[in-house]
Design a protein. Sequence first.
Length: 135
Amino acid sequence: ITPYIKNNSILPETFPSAVIRVITKKNKWNQFIIDFYYFEIPLESNKVVNISPQGKYLPFFEFTYKEKIFIKEYFRKLNKLKSLKVCLYESKICHQRIGSIDIVAWDWIINDKGPILLEGNHSFGLTDIYYLKNI
């Protein structure tokens, strides 16, 4: 059983904790690169919003004015954390260690001590990710 990991105290509180999902892939030159990353932020209304690095999100749900303000504020504070770059860098390093898998989704939580890797997934849905990547 994994203990509950709270987000960094600079971020607005959510339950469960927000996750940074980093997608790494092996390109045609066998280099490990960041394909995309986004933020999964839970809202009080039991919705989860996926936000691109540019602050865009898919309109799967109608968001209240309060939720839109929360999303904007969360995104602003999340991008100030230096640990975000660590998540991106370490995701590539982890993928290099595995080597044989073409694409991996890494899930991170940034707490007060820094980033914590939750898991790496080699089998995950890409549809929503590519919609989000191209808006």
